[in-house]
Design a protein around this ligand. Structure first.
Ligand code: PLP
Length: 376
């Protein structure tokens, strides 16, 4: 069997053990301390928000974003439909209701016009949305100028889900700098990883203080354990933060490698009938987290799932793009605006191996197989 090629394997850059050793040497093993603080300071620097709280996952960061913005049972929250479930899963447990907004073809991200329609409709129903979860999908920022204008005019705070977009920019500003609260993920397949991890970022001290409070079991100030509300155990371990410090140092290099991988695929396969690579909007730089493309089976002769099957036979991992949330059984019946664009992306989309540890000879194997299918 040929060597396994993963979609986006964790990529170690060499400095990780040094930081972890330091955490052992200093006996900073718990969930607080200098490594977590240093990791948070790096995030603040990169994302351009005032403060960060390092957490156990991106999903926990979404949960804290919703709680700190006051989302409660019965509240309506707008959300990108084309995303991973972690963007919206906490809404279920909170008893809040998502209203899904479709993407546009140019960015694959939330369509500002559909967002405006959704806001108008919800407000006309007497249900002003409590927040909007705007996702920067597959490494590309959403179109924040119109989105912020719409949400600011309606008084709806934005949660920017930049889990996939660390290192990307929009009009020169970093991904993660646009939300009232922004969240990141350092899950194993993201552009960089702490094995599992996430972050909550904001410019507003009261939101950050509350996120920290809720992430550490909501302890009221008292010498004993006193609780006027309940929180969570959502903090990041010191060991993982130490690991993450080394990972963050190579962010720019990782973006460059992922972009080069995308460009190499596009140069080799972009000319094939029926294949279209994910567009990069003129407003910014994608981190090209994954190389995503769509395959029109009528033109290419095979569907995206056919290609996935052939790659799997050769021990190569590829994946469909996200199945939209409005198509998920768990969210059946949720209100939505649009849907056809993300439905097509799901039907035709494919993500090719694109981790920054991917070697050129491995990428050549993928390219050859896809190119052969076009001729077959
Ligand atoms: C990965 C991801 C998350 C969730 O992050 P976890 O760290 O896996 O909990 C949320 N939103 C998007 C868009 C993601 O890709």
């Amino acid at each position: 069997m040929a060597e396994r090629i993963f979609l986006s394997a964790p990529h170690l850059t060499g400095g990780e053990m040094g930081y972890i050793q330091q955490a052992f040497d200093d006996n900073w093993i718990g969930p607080l301390g200098p490594h977590v603080e240093a990791f948070e300071a790096q995030l603040v620097d990169i994302v351009g928000k005032k403060r960060a709280v390092a957490l156990s996952s991106g999903t926990s960061a979404i949960h804290l974003a919703l709680r700190t913005l006051g989302v409660e049972r019965g509240d309506l929250v707008l959300a990108s439909s084309f995303t991973f479930v972690g963007s919206v899963a906490p809404l279920r447990d909170m008893g809040a209701e998502p209203w899904f907004v479709d993407s546009n073809e140019e960015t694959w991200n939330m369509d500002p016009e559909l967002l405006a329609d959704a806001v108008d409709q919800a407000v006309a129903q007497g249900r002003k949305p409590k927040a909007a979860i705007v996702v920067d999908i597959v490494g590309q920022c959403a179109d924040y100028d119109p989105i912020l204008e719409i949400c600011n005019a309606a008084g709806i705070p934005i949660i920017e889900d930049a889990a996939e977009a660390l290192g990307a920019t929009y009009k020169g500003h970093p991904a993660g700098s646009f939300g009232k609260v922004s969240i990141l993920s350092f899950n194993g397949n993201k552009i960089l990883t702490t094995s599992t991890g996430g972050a909550f970022l904001s410019d507003e001290d009261d939101l950050v203080d509350e996120a920290f409070f809720l992430a550490t079991q909501a302890r009221d100030p008292a010498p004993h354990y006193e609780h006027s509300t309940t929180g969570y155990n959502y903090r990041m371990s010191s060991l993982l933060a130490a690991f993450g410090r080394a990972q963050l140092e190579s962010l720019e290099e990782r973006v460059e490698i992922r972009r080069a991988i995308f460009e190499r695929y596009e140069a080799a396969l972009g000319g094939l009938a029926g294949i279209s690579f994910m567009p990069e909007a003129g407003f910014g730089r994608s981190n090209r987290w994954l190389t995503a493309l769509t395959i029109d089976p009528a033109e290419f002769g095979r569907s995206a799932s056919d290609v996935m099957g052939v790659l799997a036979e050769h021990n190569i991992e590829s994946r469909p793009v996200w199945k939209p949330m409005h198509m998920q059984p768990v969210f059946a019946g949720a209100p939505r605006t649009g849907g056809a664009v993300s439905e097509r992306l799901f039907a035709q989309g494919l993500c090719l191996p694109s981790g920054s540890a991917l070697r050129p000879d491995q990428q050549d194997r993928v390219i050859e197989l896809v190119a052969e299918l076009a001729l077959a």
